[in-house]
Each structure stands twice: as C-alpha cells, then as structure tokens.
Design a protein around this ligand. Structure first.
Ligand code: PMV
Length: 331
C-alpha cells in the first residue's frame, strides 16, 4: 500500500561561496556554483498527507494557514510532482521552522528540501538524492544543497534542461568539526526576496558579469580548503565571497542593502576578535544576521563577545548537520 502521510526533516544551510543570479529563471538554474555547510540546529519539519477531498494543496506554516504568495509558490512546486508522477492527488502540508522565517536564515532551503523528500514519498517516486536535489532546486536554489549534510557543493551545470544543476556532498559533517554562531540582529521579514534581488542585480549592476566570471576560482579554492581543513583559507574566502555578493547587491539600481547597523557592529567585532588572535570569520546571506564561523574550542569566548553587542537579540549556536531524512510515515 502506498504511503499517504509522511514527515521529513531538512536542515538549513549557509553558503561559504555564495549563489546569486540565475541562468534560467523558469527552471531556477543558477548562474554560478556555490558551496555550503549544513546547520544541525536550524531545521524545517514538514508533514504531508494525501487528502482525497481536496481540490488544491493546503499549506500551513508554523501553525497558521500560509499567505497567498506562499501557497501559490508551493502549489506550483507540487504541480512538478504531479507531472512527474502522473498522479493528480492533492495534499495537506504542515511545515514548521525552528528558527525565524525569511530573515536571511535560508528558511526556503530547509523548507523545499524537506518538502521535496516528503512529497516524493507520498507521490510514490523512488527518487535518488540527486533527483531530490534537482527537484528541491526548482523550489529554491539553495534548497538543492539542503538534501545533503556536512559540506555541499551546488553545481552550476551547463545543460538547458538543468539535470546537471544539482548538489553533491563534498564531505560529511564528521570530516571537520566546525561551529556556527548566528547573531540575530532582527526578526523581521526581509523587504526584497532573493529571486527579485537576483533579477535586479543581473539587470542593473555593472559588476554582475565580473561576479559570474570570478566565481569558479572561489569554488575551486573553497573545495580545497575543505579537503585540506585549512580554516584560515576557508574563513578568508567565505568573507570574500560574502562581501563580493553584498557589493554586487549594493551596486544594483536601486541599490539593495540587507544589513542593519548591528550587522556592521558584529562584522567589526569579529575582525577585532581576529586581531586579538581568535580564528573567527563571518558570512551573511540576504538578510541582516551575521554568521560567525569558528572552531569548537573558541565557541564560548566568541559567543560571550558577540552577545554583548547592543542590538544582538540572541545567538544561535550550531554544529554541522546531517542529510535531509524521513522521520515518520503512515500508510
Ligand atoms: O535559494 P534562494 O533563492 O533563497 O537564494 C539564496 C541566496 C543566498 O542565500 C543569499 C546565497 C546562497 O548561496 O545561499
């Protein structure tokens, strides 16, 4: 008998080499490759249940019916599964994030990774990890990376159909014990989502071509920093890619600025810690939160310093997480 209800869990991830820009909007194909680490303590849990009486999918996010634009995005994603499986069923989807949604903590990454896995299961698709990654990418580019735990590379791919634009695992989380301290500086939703931000940068920034061209060497270097466990190289490159992406974003017209004042204070505090001899580096996605990357031995000291910065609301600490997985199901 087919599974009619299942629950999947996927972790969020943070890019060390950033993805920004699409080579095909419809298939959501990235213009650049990216490398990320998967985060244990930030995750989405998604339950999906086939309901015979439904005429369209119903979505609940964090205990509330989803907003119109969120439901539409998920329904068109579910259409992909209906097309792939030839199955016309509709579902009830209940999704929970254990962290602030849409504030630059990659909630769409863990959300679409968990949904890809759970939905594939109820649609009876025996999807490989690669197929799941391809599917998740169509929901959100960074979601393709959240299928895997540890250190993950998203391939830009070159095919028009996008089947080679998938993520692969570079190394499992056990390869290298790193810690992330996420300084939450605001819990409000960002004004410009990543898709709109990317479109704007591509259309208007004089730096866009340079950004795309210069991404391949970053990927190659980051891959070797990970394999060689070269923390300084990893950190320096992560900051470089982050600032390059935000430079691109700021150079769009009108310029976008995802940071607030506290974001900048935290950057300075991390640089100061480094001047005093602590190995810590920052990265920031399309939002105001700063992610400090460090080694386990320095976590307590760094957390103490960052907590004291006025405007830092809280610090979320996390080691690296594992693969997206099914955590419950019923027939
Ligand atoms: O997956 P999206 O469409 O939300 O885009 C993610 C963009 C960044 O988070 C800023 C960078 C990245 O590589 O995750």
């Amino acid at each position: 008998m087919n599974v009619t209800k299942t629950t999947a869990l996927a972790h969020s991830n943070i890019a060390l080499v950033k993805y920004w820009g699409k080579r095909n909007t419809q298939l959501n194909l990235p213009a650049v490759g990216s490398i990320s680490i998967n985060l244990e303590n930030l995750h989405t849990t998604t339950s999906i249940e086939v309901k015979e009486h439904l005429k369209s999918d119903e979505l609940f996010l964090n205990g509330n019916p989803a907003k119109k634009h969120e439901s539409e995005r998920v329904r068109s994603f579910m259409d992909l599964l209906r097309k792939k499986s030839g199955n016309k069923i509709f579902t009830e989807i209940i999704s929970h994030n254990n962290f602030p949604t849409s504030a630059g903590l990659a909630s769409s990454a863990s959300a679409f990774a968990a949904l890809s896995l759970a939905a594939s299961c109820v649609f009876g698709l025996q999807s490989s990890k690669e197929e799941l990654s391809e599917l998740a990418r169509q929901g959100s580019g960074s979601a393709a990376r959240s299928i895997y735990g540890g250190f993950v590379e998203m391939k830009k791919g070159s095919r028009h159909d996008g089947i080679d634009a998938v993520a692969i695992q570079l190394a499992p989380k056990e390869h290298w014990e790193l810690r992330l301290l996420i300084a939450i500086t605001s819990e409000s939703k960002k004004e410009t989502g990543s898709t709109d931000g990317m479109k704007l940068s591509e259309k208007t920034s004089p730096y866009y071509k340079g950004w795309v061209k210069s991404s391949t060497p970053d990927i190659d270097e980051m891959r070797s920093a990970i394999y060689n466990k070269d923390f300084q190289k990893l950190g320096e490159l992560a900051e470089f890619s982050c600032l390059k992406m935000h430079g691109l974003v700021m150079s769009s017209r009108p310029g976008l600025l995802y940071w607030n004042g506290t974001t900048i204070e935290v950057i300075h505090a991390i640089k100061e810690l480094r001047r005093r001899g602590t190995a810590v580096y920052f990265t920031i996605d399309a939002g105001p939160q700063v992610k400090a990357i460090c080694l386990p031995k320095d976590t307590i000291q760094i957390k103490k310093e960052l907590e004291q910065i006025p405007g830092v609301k809280k610090i979320i600490e996390t080691p690296l997480g594992g693969d997206a997985r099914i955590i419950g199901g019923e027939s």
